[in-house]
Design a protein around this ligand. Structure first.
Ligand SMILES: [Fe+2]
Ligand SMILES: [Fe+2]
Length: 284
């Protein structure tokens, strides 16, 4: 079966395909303007009480280092930079998707959420290291925080049982988890996640990064995909969001060389990501 046919089969069967909130889309658009109208931004975000609640919860996490407890969006904007605001908007949207356990993948709600946020924090450090443009940084936030969203769709597609994965893992202990997913599900979560983000009209740089996040040969083809792939591998190494698949991916070591990352730098970014996640976790 061709890739498109496989995806049609998956998405046809899923009854409620997640959507990307218009509010977040509009907010991100406004944040791309040169002269940002923060009053307008507040008005846009305020129209979605769920995002407001998540936003304030996240913003008050010590990971963002604000001087005191913030109870209004506008005040929060005044303390934060544009990058941080974008990060928090995407993280608060993601919070709604990662709101239940993924039994087949052995993931609890909190684990998949923390895994995504850690990946975002580490990817951010890597993006700053490479001095990327704001457009690329935004793509990196979206792709890194939502890189595993395909797992949510697959969980809605089939009631996956851990045992089905373990059976194939035991038979082929040397296989990559992507191969295992193809045998059990007939598709993999990178491809499904990328397709979902395509439906949400995200640009190719983002969908490609999600598609490539477990494929070292693909991720090497773009800087956004490289960063997302590496940040995800490092998050797995840290053991954050340990699911059934954590030990069945390879670390893209070629990439570390290509990105000119010394051991010390890599350690530093890992440490920052880990530290931010730990203090973030305390709030949730
Ligand atoms: Fe993944
Ligand atoms: Fe992941």
């Amino acid at each position: 079966m061709r890739e498109e046919q496989v995806l049609d089969k998956v998405f046809d069967r899923v009854e409620s395909i997640p959507t990307f909130p218009k509010v977040a889309q509009q907010a991100l658009e406004l944040l791309r303007e040169e002269d940002i109208d923060f009053k307008k931004l507040e008005k846009i975000i305020k129209s979605d009480p769920g995002i407001v609640a998540n936003f304030l919860k996240i913003v008050n996490s010590p990971a963002f280092g604000l001087p005191h407890k913030i109870d209004s969006l506008f005040k929060a904007f005044m303390f934060l930079g544009v990058n941080q605001i974008k990060f928090i908007i995407i993280a608060s949207v993601a919070k709604n998707y990662f709101d239940r356990d993924l039994k087949g993948y052995s993931l609890k709600t909190e684990e998949i959420w923390l895994h995504s946020i850690t990946c975002g924090f580490i990817a951010e450090e890597l993006a700053f290291h490479l001095d990327l443009t704001p457009t690329k940084i935004e793509s990196i936030y979206i792709a890194s925080i939502l890189h595993d969203i395909g797992k949510i769709v697959l969980d809605l597609y089939l009631e996956i049982e851990e045992d089905e994965f373990y059976e194939v893992i035991n038979e082929h202990p040397d296989w990559d988890f992507i191969q295992i997913e193809w045998v059990v599900l007939g598709v993999d979560h990178g491809l499904v996640g990328a397709h979902l983000l395509e439906r949400w009209n995200f640009p190719k740089s983002i969908t490609f990064a999600v598609r490539a996040h477990h494929d070292p040969d693909l991720m090497i083809q773009s800087d956004v995909a490289s960063i997302v792939g590496l940040a995800n591998a490092l998050t797995n190494l840290l053991g954050i969001g340990q699911g059934i698949d954590s030990f069945y991916y390879k670390l893209p070591s070629e990439l570390v060389k290509n990105l000119n990352l010394s051991r010390e730098k890599l350690y530093k970014y890992l440490k920052i990501g880990f530290h931010k996640t730990l203090i973030f976790q305390r709030e949730f």
